[in-house]
Design a protein. Structure first.
Length: 353
């Protein structure tokens, strides 16, 4: 696979849309039969996207109809899916064709592919703040640093970010992995187990991580301190990439534009639907979210360095029995640029025609 960085925009590649659309004219999301023959008619391809909640580019896109407007010329529109805030918790949705695209990280996609779930990464975003994920401990656990995890129970989302952060932290501290009990739990179950004392520590991320710290959990390691290379990604269901790469490319282009808007006006990307209530941010947490939005990085096609970072994650999992077969960057990254370029060459007129 050819890994390099091209300009962020994908307009030129989208010139192939008519040909690609004809190739996939009989396939919608999930493979159902559709009719795309009527130009300007109702959208017939439904792209199922994780709901963005109350903040970030996806929330703004839902509020403003940004993706629907961008995808309409391709005969497509978005359906927002209320999914758990963890990529690894959504593998059943991908398998069932009930989810087509989601953000996430390298680790859960590696875990998904090891279980033959049909998902691939099309873009990567450089890390902005690796203090948004890490390992926290209960105040009554006696855990003050990573070495104190020996003999303790830590909740991790298996074969995903929580387990990756835990392995990195133990490796860095020189602690054999079998001296700490890793309890496989998804976010909602892990939050409950942590709050009720069923586990002593929790490898968590994003809002649940911040909320637990706000309630008094002790932070003993972060992605930054353990040297994480588990970067942010955009992943698609492979069937969608194979049948409608034009839609994937337009989605990415639109997400890039939304992220640039977030950089310029981060306040508009917080408390998008609700300014009060459990989903709304205020005070220091709102200020921090706005600062992160201002520093948001635009997703880009994978580079050679991205491939090396991903390989580190995959190798750590395989060498320590988290996954049962070796996974490479070529397995995980989908060559969307090459797919579009090939279709463009196929559609180019032959000399003398």
């Amino acid at each position: 696979m050819r890994l390099h960085r091209r300009p962020l925009r994908v307009h030129a590649a989208l010139a192939i849309l008519p040909v690609v659309a004809l190739v996939a004219a009989a396939c919608g999301s999930g493979g159902e039969s559709v009719d795309e023959s009527v130009a300007g008619g109702e959208p017939t391809f439904i792209l199922k996207v994780t709901d963005g909640g109350n903040s970030g580019p996806l929330a703004v896109a839902k509020r403003d109809g940004t993706f629907d407007e961008a995808l309409a010329p391709l005969g497509a529109k978005v359906e927002w899916v209320n999914a758990p805030p963890s990529f690894s918790a959504n593998l059943k949705l991908f398998n069932a064709g009930e989810l087509d695209v989601s953000g996430g990280a390298y680790s859960p996609v590696v875990g998904a592919l090891s279980k033959d779930v049909g998902v691939r990464i099309i873009a990567v975003a450089d890390p902005v703040d690796q203090d948004q994920a890490g390992i926290i401990a209960r105040p009554d656990s006696g855990i003050a640093e990573v070495k104190d995890l020996v003999g303790k129970r830590i909740a991790v989302n298996p074969a995903a970010k929580g387990e990756y952060i835990t392995l990195k932290a133990l490796e860095q501290a020189g602690i054999p992995f079998d001296q700490v009990e890793r309890v496989p739990l998804q976010i909602s179950d892990a939050a409950s187990a942590f709050s009720t004392g069923q586990v002593d520590a929790w490898a968590s991320f994003n809002d649940p991580y911040a909320e637990a710290k706000a309630r008094g959990a002790i932070e003993i390691a972060t992605e930054a301190t353990v040297g994480s290379t588990d970067n942010t990604i955009v992943a698609f269901r492979t069937e969608v990439l194979e049948t409608r790469p034009d839609i994937a490319a337009k989605y990415l282009e639109t997400l890039q534009q939304l992220t640039e808007r977030q950089q310029a006006d981060p306040e508009d990307f917080e408390n998008v639907f609700e300014e009060a209530g459990p989903r709304a941010l205020s005070g220091e947490r709102l200020d921090r979210a706005i600062d992160l939005g201002r520093r948001a990085t635009v997703p880009h096609y994978p580079t050679a360095q991205d491939a090396a970072n991903l390989q580190e994650v995959a190798d750590l999992f395989y060498e320590n029995g988290v996954i049962t077969r070796a996974i490479t960057a070529d397995d995980v990254f989908y060559p969307l640029e090459e797919k579009l370029a090939a279709a463009e060459n196929q559609s180019a007129p032959t000399p003398g025609s």
